[in-house]
Design a protein around this ligand. Structure first.
Ligand SMILES: [Fe+2]
Length: 170
């Protein structure tokens, strides 16, 4: 009888501590409002890269642009998955290539394709500028503590951008 009772107490204690841990974990993983906005900006920034490179692949022709555009699509998909996991709106799902919700990214897209279509050297410089911008923004985000899935995605994007920058400069 005593044994049974102690087992019940142990089971209840385990159940309570599991609930407590779960509660703490839940509270810790949610992005802040600022991070939600960062994620929504980031998915459009990756779209900017994808759309500019797709445009340059078609208009200036280089296998580099086609390959890197595909990589940018996987970056968009990774941020889209993070947005979805928190039920956050993804501004890229309803917008065609070359169309952005963020006005500064729209202006930048227009400027970059105009500069890039001049010739192959200008196009590569556009690639360098995009990757340097991405690296700066991603490193800025890393200064704040993020939920684990967001931190993983940001780290993968940063590694990708460094690879792309190297590809455009060799
Ligand atoms: Fe990139």
């Amino acid at each position: 009888m005593l044994k049974k009772k102690s087992l019940a107490v142990i089971a209840a204690t385990v159940a309570i501590s599991t609930v407590a841990q779960f509660g703490v974990a839940q509270a810790a993983v949610r992005p802040t409002l600022a991070q939600k906005l960062q994620l929504q900006y980031l998915v459009e920034e990756e779209k900017l890269a994808r759309d500019v490179y797709t445009y340059l692949a078609e208009n200036v022709t280089s296998a580099k642009f086609a390959n890197i555009a595909r990589s940018e699509q996987t970056h968009m998909d990774q941020i889209a998955a993070v947005l979805k996991s928190y039920n956050f709106y993804n501004p890229t799902t309803v917008r065609a290539a070359g169309v952005f919700r963020d006005k500064s990214l729209q202006a930048l897209y227009n400027e970059l394709i105009a500069r890039g279509e001049v010739g192959i050297l200008e196009a590569y410089q556009v690639g360098v500028d995009i990757e340097n911008l991405d690296i700066k923004d991603l490193q800025e985000m890393q200064k704040e503590k993020m939920p684990a899935d967001m931190a993983d995605a940001v780290a993968r994007l940063l590694a990708g951008s460094k690879n792309h920058l190297a590809a455009f400069t060799r």
